[in-house]
Design a protein around this ligand. Structure first.
Ligand SMILES: [Zn+2]
Length: 350
């Protein structure tokens, strides 16, 4: 910015040698003009010196104009370069901000990915555990029912009104290992759901509380009254008069009343051709048409009808034919814990 200026007032003799900037140069020019104003009358006689001073002032003014011009150009250039530098700095700031944001987003995405993967693994493990547990229960139930001679098949699905749309299997909504596991688990879960829904309506529960005391079994026996061979269509359970008689399964009460040798009796229809009968009651506590839960109290034990003493005659019919109810009662004992959970979860009569 500061340029060396040599002021020479007399030819060949350098009087002043200074580094002057614009302010200095302006000051020098003012001083020269003032000096001329003061000295002019005193040097009127010396026209040559006056001319020399005028020439030096003109030269100095030219120098000043030149310097002003150069300084102006330099300032403009500096201003332009400064503006460019500031603009580049702004761009650098923007780049830094964008990179920081990207790095932060990348970090968050990576963290999110890891969390999703972790939850996916948990879901997969839960599905595997659930399907394995239910498959095990299903095998237990089916084994017990097969020993009792009962074969369950899936009930036909009931038509549902006012619904529609394309059928999309649920497995298609999943992906990866979970979809694969879901495909494996789906039939196991469906089988378990069918069995659980069926259990409350199967006469697997004892019709009396406490240990079962069978005084006469199902099938051929000697008639207790006249001692001749006879066919016993149920089992007799020894029980004092007045004990609670319980429904062996959920169902609908179809008969309440007196019926010859059966005395006062109750019939329950459990669906799928299964009917249980409770006879020789002293009292009935339900009405025809009642919907009852498993182990609902139906009446009180007694000795009505053709009996030799107080007991409960318990009978099971499948499609109208009497069968030995003890097979189902034994099956019920082997899956007692599952019956309790099934009555809580899938009892349609509740
Ligand atoms: Zn009997």
């Amino acid at each position: 910015m500061t340029k060396p200026i040599f002021l020479t007032l007399q030819r060949g003799e350098r009087l002043v040698c200074l580094r002057l900037g614009l302010p200095h140069l302006a000051l020098a020019l003012s001083f020269a003009v003032l000096a001329v104003g003061i000295a002019w009358p005193q040097q009127d006689a010396d026209q040559q010196d006056t001319n020399q001073i005028k020439w030096r002032i003109a030269a100095l003014q030219s120098e000043l104009e030149k310097l002003v011009s150069q300084n102006g150009m330099t300032g403009e250039l500096l201003h332009t370069r400064l503006a460019e530098a500031l603009n580049r700095l702004k761009k650098l700031d923007a780049q830094e901000t964008a990179l920081t944001s990207l790095e932060s987003s990348e970090h968050r995405l990576r963290d999110l990915d890891q969390r999703i993967t972790r939850v996916e693994r948990q879901h997969l493990r839960r599905l595997q555990d659930l399907s394995d547990a239910r498959a095990s229960k299903s095998r237990q139930i089916e084994g017990a029912l097969q020993m009792a001679g009962i074969q369950l098949s899936p009930a036909p699905s009931e038509a549902t009104t006012a619904q529609g749309g394309p059928f999309i299997p649920l497995s298609e909504a999943f992906s990866g290992p979970f979809a694969h596991e879901w495909t494996r688990a789906e039939p196991l879960l469906a089988r378990h759901a069918m069995l659980s829904a069926a259990l409350p309506n199967l006469p697997l529960r004892a019709p009396l509380l406490g240990p079962m005391d069978v005084s006469s079994g199902f099938g051929a026996r000697m008639d207790p009254f006249h001692g001749r061979a006879a066919w016993h269509t149920g089992i007799d359970l020894r029980q004092d008069k007045g004990a609670d008689v319980l429904s062996a399964a959920a169902g609908t009460v179809t008969i309440v009343g007196w019926n010859g040798a059966y005395g006062l009796m109750v019939d329950i229809d459990h669906g799928n051709g299964l009917v249980t009968r409770y006879a020789h009651l002293s009292r009935a506590l339900v009405n025809e048409g009642d919907v009852v839960k498993p182990q609902a109290t139906l009446g009180r034990s007694g000795a009505t009808g053709r009996t030799t003493g107080a007991h409960l005659h318990y009978e099971l019919r499948i499609n109208g034919e009497p069968v030995d109810p003890t097979r189902l009662l034994k099956a019920g004992q082997s899956i007692a814990s599952l019956l309790n959970s099934a009555s809580q979860i899938g009892d349609p009569a509740q």
